[in-house]
Write a protein that binds this ligand. Structure first.
Ligand code: SF4
Ligand code: SF4
Length: 287
C-alpha cells in the first residue's frame, strides 16, 4: 500500500480539482481529506457518512463562579490573557485559552477544571470512487495535526482491510502543523503549483519541508497559461531541484463547470486534453 499526498503550499491552486480527478482514475484507493480546517473534497466526492467519531481536541479551562472568590491569582498566572473579570467572579475566554491547565493548579479554591473540546467530528464515508475519511474542524479549534494523524491512521486501516493499493491524501495549504502531519510517513508528494508569485514562493517552502522528511516529490503546474513567465520560473525551479514535472495543465472553464456540477474534470470531460494529461500523471505516479 502506498500513500500519495497532494500539496500546494497555498490555497486556490486547483489542488482539490486535481485530487478529485485522480480519485476518479484510481480504482483501488482510499481517500483522505487532510485539509481539516477547510475541507472541500466532499463537494465533489459527495460522501455518504457511514461512521462518525468525536475528535477530542485541546483542553479548555472553565471557572465555577460559585467557588471563585475573585482572588485574581489565575489571571496573574495565565500567560495568554485568557481570564477576565465577569460579574463578581472570573471567566475564561475559550478562544484565548491555550489549555495549559496552569490556572487549574494554582487556584486555591479548586474552582477551575479543564475539559477537552468535543466539538469536532470525523467520518468514514462511502463515495462513488471508494472509501473516504474526512473531518469537520470548527473555526478556532486546535490540534489539526493530531486530527490529520487520526484520520490518516483510519485510512490506512481501511486500506489494509479492503486490500486497497493506494491512499490519496488531499493535503492542507501551508506548511503548518496539519501539512507536516499530512506528509509524515507518506510515500510520495504531488505538488500542485500555480504560476503566481505566492504560488511559487509557497511551493518552494513545501519542497523544503518535503526535503526535511526525505520524501520524493513530483509536480504539476496548474493553470500554466495564466502566466507563461512564472510557469517558466516554476519549471526552472523544478529542474534545478530535480523534481519531475509530470504535467502542465492549462486553465479551462471546464474545471469550473465540473465543480458546479459536482463532478471531477475526468467525469465531466473524459475525452478532453486535460483529462488525458491527468490520466498520464496518474500512470506516472503509479509507476
Ligand atoms: S484563582 Fe480561583 S478563586 Fe482566584 S480568581 Fe481564579 S478562579 Fe477565582
Ligand atoms: S488553561 Fe492556561 S491558557 Fe487556559 S485559562 Fe488556564 S492558564 Fe490560561
Amino acid at each position: 500500500m502506498k500513500e500519495i499526498t497532494i500539496l500546494s503550499g497555498k490555497g486556490g491552486t486547483g489542488k482539490t480539482s486535481i485530487t478529485s480527478a485522480l480519485a476518479t482514475l484510481a480504482r483501488n484507493a482510499v481517500f483522505c481529506d487532510n485539509d481539516v480546517d477547510a475541507a472541500d473534497l466532499h463537494l465533489i466526492l459527495k460522501p455518504t457518512i457511514e461512521e462518525e467519531y468525536i475528535f477530542k481536541g485541546a483542553w479548555e479551562a472553565f471557572i465555577d463562579s460559585e467557588r471563585c472568590n475573585s482572588c485574581g491569582l489565575c489571571v496573574d498566572y495565565c500567560r495568554f490573557g485568557a481570564i477576565h473579570p465577569r460579574d463578581s467572579a472570573y471567566d475564561v475566554n475559550t478562544f484565548q485559552c491555550e489549555g495549559c491547565r496552569l490556572c487549574e493548579r494554582v487556584c486555591p479554591e479548586k474552582a477551575i477544571h479543564s475539559e477537552q473540546s468535543i466539538r469536532n467530528r470525523w467520518f468514514v464515508s462511502a463515495t462513488r470512487f471508494g472509501k473516504m475519511v474526512h473531518a469537520n474542524m470548527l473555526p478556532g479549534e486546535e490540534n489539526s495535526g493530531k486530527l490529520v494523524a487520526t484520520i490518516r491512521e483510519k485510512a490506512r486501516q481501511i486500506a489494509r482491510l479492503e486490500k486497497q493499493e493506494f491512499i490519496i491524501n488531499d493535503g492542507p495549504p501551508g506548511i503548518g502543523c496539519a501539512a507536516i502531519s499530512s506528509i509524515t510517513g507518506t510515500d510520495h508528494i504531488l505538488l500542485v503549483i500555480e504560476p503566481s508569485r505566492s504560488g511559487l514562493h509557497d511551493a518552494v517552502r513545501v519542497c523544503e519541508l518535503a526535503g526535511g522528511f526525505n520524501i520524493p516529490v513530483s509536480a504539476i503546474i496548474n493553470k500554466y497559461n495564466l502566466s507563461t513567465e512564472l510557469s517558466k520560473k516554476a519549471e526552472a525551479f523544478l529542474l534545478e531541484n530535480e523534481i519531475p514535472l509530470l504535467a502542465k495543465i492549462p486553465f479551462d472553464h471546464a474545471f469550473v463547470q465540473a465543480m458546479i456540477e459536482g463532478k471531477s474534470i475526468v467525469e465531466y470531460a473524459p475525452a478532453s486534453d486535460i483529462s488525458k494529461r491527468i490520466q498520464a500523471v496518474w500512470e506516472q505516479i503509479k509507476s
